[in-house]
Design a protein. Structure first.
Ligand code: ADP
Length: 230
């Protein structure tokens, strides 16, 4: 599903350079649930940006599904991004659209017909337990509810993989566990999940593969791993 081959990422140009990733190699198979852990600044978001082609590696190769990410032409990137549903800490909902419209928008930009929107958007919102709040605007939703809208939006195109970048960073513990349970359910139903987090309790609870990143390097990669503080 994802292959990183000797990937390095250096931000900046001459003078002010920052090595965010250094010679990183790993692969993620279909239907895996992988947590990527490490302190702030370790390189977690950079890994995600490289998968979805938001950044290009300075060295090495990134494969996502059938795509050699950095060989894609600009106009091919939206195709790739529909195969990966991304969820962020700050939700990134459109404030002037309702929950329904936020999810519908992901189908509209994919060029899907109105009949798909009418059929699939309520289903997706039901899956995340938000059918009753379909017509609410983001400002009328709690943090946990906003994140559930974001998950419905990420799932609406049936992606091969859901990538969550600190999705619970802005949530209280109750909502945090709701979101984690939802990601685990999505994985059980067959979608690959990558979760970047620095929350030790979450990673230990999930009890699946853990890739630990420190200063841009993978320092540990374990099945049924724990978050070990170093
Ligand atoms: P994490 O997600 O683990 O917090 P990041 O991947 O965001 O880490 O960042 C890794 C390192 O790269 C950090 O030192 C960060 O400051 C740096 N970095 C990230 N994005 C940029 C950028 N656009 N320009 C320069 N440095 C960056």
């Amino acid at each position: 599903m994802v292959i990183f081959q000797n990937v390095s990422k250096i931000y900046g140009s001459n003078g002010r350079q920052m090595t965010a990733l250094e010679d990183v190699t790993f692969s993620i198979g279909q239907k895996e649930f992988v947590s990527v852990v490490g302190k702030s600044g370790a390189g977690k978001s950079t890994i995600i940006k490289l998968i979805i082609g938001e950044e290009t590696p300075s060295k090495g190769r990134v494969i996502f599904g059938s795509y050699d990410v950095n060989k894609l032409k600009h106009h091919e990137l939206p195709q790739l991004r529909r195969r990966a549903g991304v969820i962020f800490q700050d939700f990134r909902l459109l404030p002037n659209k309702t929950a329904y419209e936020n999810v519908a928008f992901a189908l509209e930009v994919a060029g899907r017909p109105q009949s798909d929107i009418i059929n699939f958007v309520p289903q997706a919102l039901e899956m995340v337990g938000l059918k009753d709040k379909m017509l609410n605007f983001p400002k009328e939703l709690s943090g946990g509810e906003k994140q559930r809208v974001a998950i419905a939006r990420a799932m609406i195109n049936h992606p091969d993989m859901v990538i969550a970048d600190e999705p619970t960073g802005n949530l209280d513990p109750v909502n945090m566990w709701e979101i984690i349970k939802l990601l685990m359910k999505i994985n059980e139903l067959g979608t690959t999940v990558m979760l970047a987090t620095h929350n030790k309790d979450i990673v230990n609870h999930i009890n699946q593969r853990v890739i630990s990143v420190e200063n841009g390097k993978i320092i540990r990669d374990e099945a049924n791993g724990k978050y070990i503080l170093v």
